[in-house]
Design a protein around this ligand. Structure first.
Ligand code: ADP
Ligand code: MG
Length: 683
């Protein structure tokens, strides 16, 4: 079977030097980055900050852009040159020596026709000693430094120009782009052959190994784009297969009858009327629930748009039919927050809500159960689970696994704040039904966002106190630090203590972080809900799910360190009532910020629209010194550019449809995509 894929005509071929002791391909997912030369535990931890844990993650860390070509000059002109240049010549000699901290330095003497010669220094690429044999032609891009000519990129052997298009990676101060280049080179040199193709009999496509090599070190920009699209197609096919698996299920669900008395009471106890969008979603859900085919519906709506009341509606439909409903959140903290929200809404209805976290087994009998995604995967036995709501998890397979265990499959409602345009969501997620809450409740005033320089942060606190004195509540989000959970917790504790003594003296300040015991966390959340606390100092654990409409102002400390999606989520904690709400982003001064940090903050000041921010995020994604990227992505696709690659989505769908019954090697690919998304917390 040969398929033509327009846009993949360029077949790139790269020779990668094999280091001595090269071993056959291994599972790149299982291969820790620490197996690469020069990567110790510190570097490994920093890389994890980017979501890079395995060699595959590293090779999937796509360049954000490529530096353009530079002037090629002769070696004798080097002394008078400034900035980056390219030189070409032949190797006259090479040697290697160890540096401090398990680093190595390979120095090669390069001469050219101008009669000039220079020592070129390569860090942490010990295998180059084997490649840079005397007489070898090289083309190097870099500049003069302490160790002679320091190439940032290079080509060895026949004349290529890949050195002219140096990859620029999403990087940070701790892991500079140059270091990432070294690491990617090392990973390619050792492991490029492990990048096997899922479709080996497709000669028209560039091989995956070549695509990955060209992604990192292309000979021109067109080749880089071809490579990216090739890898995008791979991941889209895998995604389509994940989705296709859901559709082929012949599981049977319990059809639920018409809404009854409990639903009537639920509507009556709500302190507001549902919006048109919420009503439409509910109608769509009711139609699904009446079927024997299990519901697979995506409920999409921006932060604060009112998804939770719709989700509870679906759960209560199960309850009034004498069955159970379950809500699953990605983390225990989120589960607790959902629990508090649902409990408050269900108590007046006389419906019990149970919270199950930790390792639970045995049978559950409560009509509504809230827990993490583990709920459905572990050995919990539901009496009769009819409706499952899955929050912020883009893997749709979870509930299906339950189907293998049970005779009956629950109806599943997936909730997401991921703002993907509806049409695109439909194509990406296949035939998954989508309900969209496109507008928040009408009485909402857009949150006013201001950007405050750190030197004026006391103004921000004065502003906050005005709100507190008027009986409102507030959040202070602690700076993001790349540390262990324990250290983050300690830093948050110290910050809360400091605020109690300084800016927030005389106010009731509570603290929420991920290291509190579940019961403690619940107690704090309850106190804040019940207005026994004025201010909640918190880490990013409050990102999703916290719902206290009386909180009208938020200060985010060191806001420039957060990702755009994350800030948008955080900001969504205010503006949940009719009152005008504010979000104050405190950051370093403008001239100390990177361009992209500035662009992120400006985007937040400019708009509260999640769709617009998602677009901006696609452009700025994974940029700068972003910590906690694990939580910040809006998309779990690494190579796909949704706006540009709609044609690929279509192609991927066609391929996946053909492969549905016999996915062959793609099956691993699809499984990996799921596991990958899980691992990065984006799922
Ligand atoms: P989401 O889960 O989409 O982020 P929530 O469901 O938590 O949003 O709703 C945000 C806030 O808006 C909550 O305080 C909720 O009680 C309130 N809310 C929901 N629907 C309405 C409505 N129709 N009118 C007024 N307020 C509403
Ligand atoms: Mg919510």
């Amino acid at each position: 079977m040969t398929r033509m894929h327009p846009g993949f005509t360029g077949v790139v071929q790269h020779e990668w030097p094999r280091p001595r002791g090269w071993r056959p391909p291994q599972q790149l997912d299982a291969l820790d980055v620490q197996t690469l030369p020069g990567v110790g535990s510190t570097m490994a931890r920093r890389l994890r900050g980017f979501g890079i844990g395995s060699v595959r993650d590293l090779l999937s860390h796509a360049p954000r852009r490529y530096e353009s070509a530079v002037d090629t000059i002769s070696i004798s002109q080097l002394r008078t040159s400034e900035g980056e240049v390219a030189i070409e010549g032949r190797i006259a000699g090479v040697k290697s020596r160890p540096l401090r901290g398990r680093r190595t330095l390979v120095s090669a003497l390069v001469t050219d026709e101008s009669g000039g010669s220079i020592t070129a220094s390569f860090f942490n690429q010990p295998w180059l000693v084997e490649k840079l044999t005397p007489g070898t032609h090289v083309r190097l891009r870099g500049k003069l430094g302490r160790y002679g000519f320091e190439p940032k990129t290079y080509d060895i052997g026949e004349a290529k120009r890949t050195a002219d298009f140096a990859p620029v990676y999403p990087a940070s101060e701790e892991v500079p782009a140059t270091r990432l280049r070294e690491l990617v080179r090392a990973a390619l040199a050792q492991h490029v052959d492990a990048l096997q193709d899922a479709l080996p009999d497709e000669p028209v496509l560039a091989l995956r190994r070549d695509a990955v090599a060209a992604l990192h070190f292309p000979s021109d920009l067109a080749e880089a784009e071809t490579a990216r699209r090739r890898l995008a197609l791979d991941e889209l096919v895998a995604l389509q297969l994940v989705v296709a698996r859901l559709r082929t299920t012949d599981a049977v669900a319990a059809p639920l009858g018409r809404p009854g008395e409990l639903i009537t009471r639920y509507r009556e106890t709500l302190p507001f009327t549902l919006t048109e969008h919420q009503e439409r979603a509910i109608t769509e859900i009711d139609l699904d629930l009446a079927q024997k085919i299990p519901m697979q519906r995506l409920l999409q709506g921006d932060v604060g748009s009112g998804k939770t009341v719709v989700a509870l509606y679906a759960l209560l439909r199960a309850v009034e039919n004498g069955k159970q409903g379950a809500l699953m959140a990605p983390t225990a903290t989120l589960a607790e927050q959902h629990f508090l929200t649902l409990e408050a809404l269900c108590t007046p209805l006389g419906v019990d809500v149970a919270l199950l976290t930790g390792s639970i087994r045995g049978s559950v009998d409560a009509p509504i159960v809230v827990g993490t995604h583990a709920l459905i995967q572990t050995e919990v036995e539901f009496r009769d689970l009819a409706v499952a709501v899955v929050d912020e998890q883009h893997r749709f397979g979870v509930a299906q696994r339950q189907a293998l265990v049970d005779q009956r499959t629950p109806h599943v409602l997936h909730m997401t704040a991921t703002p993907i345009p509806r049409t695109l969501a439909l194509t990406i997620y296949g035939d998954l039904a989508v309900s969209e809450i496109a507008k928040p409740p009408a009485d909402r005033k857009p949150i006013i966002t201001a950007w405050v320089g750190a030197e004026r942060s006391s103004d921000a606190y004065s502003r906050l106190k005005v709100h507190l004195d008027a009986g409102r509540q507030a959040y202070v989000v602690c700076p993001l630090i790349e540390q262990s959970e324990t250290r983050i917790a300690r830093a948050a504790e110290a910050e809360a203590e400091r605020l109690r003594r300084a800016e927030l003296r005389g106010y009731r300040v509570g603290l929420l972080h991920g290291r509190l015991k579940p019961a403690e966390r619940r107690a704090v959340m309850r106190q804040f809900k019940d207005r026994e606390l004025d201010v909640l100092v918190a880490t990013t654990v409050i990102e999703v799910g916290v719902d206290v409409p009386n909180a009208t102002i938020m200060i985010v400390q060191e806001a420039d360190r957060f990702g755009l999606a994350q800030l948008h989520q955080l900001r969504g904690r205010v503006g949940r009532g009719a009152e005008q709400s504010y979000c104050l982003l405190v950051s370093r001064q403008k001239d100390e910020l990177t361009e992209t940090a500035e662009a992120r903050l400006q985007a937040l000041v400019d708009t509260t629209d999640g769709f617009e921010l998602a677009e901006a995020d696609l452009d700025l994604r994974r940029e700068g010194a972003l910590l906690g990227t694990r939580q910040s992505g809006w998309s779990d696709l690494r190579f796909t550019k949704l706006r540009q690659d709609r044609d690929l989505v279509e192609q991927a769908r066609a391929i996946a449809t053909e492969l549905r019954d016999d996915a062959g090697p793609w099956q691993d690919e699809a499984d990996r995509l799921g596991a990958d998304a899980d691992h990065r917390g984006l799922a």
